[in-house]
Design a protein around this ligand. Structure first.
Ligand code: SF4
Ligand code: SF4
Length: 113
């Protein structure tokens, strides 16, 4: 029998903080197609308007809001994602699928009871 505690599940409180952190919001080719269709754009239009090479130049990331303070271009107000229905796996996976050191200082998710 193991004495290890199970990894807790975290429930997002929709504070929007993870949409304001600097860094890459990576998107796959399939996500490009899906988000472009959601926005009524061709994949070429979407890629040109809303993506850039990610930091290590191995794929695409969503751009920050032009003139903003590092927030994602699809963040509206404090916590509304304009592409919520089709947001990338990276966005869906935090903080249960991936985390980084110090994440607890900025993420308001609570542990599921
Ligand atoms: S795509 Fe949506 S959920 Fe992901 S960082 Fe941008 S605003 Fe946030
Ligand atoms: S920072 Fe945490 S609680 Fe806030 S929206 Fe992102 S995942 Fe949810």
């Amino acid at each position: 029998m193991s004495n290890e505690s199970p990894t807790p599940r975290y429930l997002c409180q929709r504070c929007g903080n993870c949409c304001r952190w600097p860094g890459d919001v990576r998107i796959t080719d399939e996500e490009v197609a899906c988000i472009a269709a959601h926005l009524g754009l061709s994949e070429a239009e979407f890629t040109a308007q809303y993506t850039r090479l990610n930091a290590n130049r191995t794929g695409l990331s969503i751009i920050d809001r032009p003139g903003g303070a590092g927030e994602c271009v699809f963040l509206e107000g404090l916590n509304v994602c304009r592409i919520q229905a089709v947001k990338p796996v990276q966005c869906r996976g935090f903080p249960n699928e991936w985390r980084f050191p110090g994440w607890r200082d900025v993420c308001e998710a609570i542990e599921a009871s």
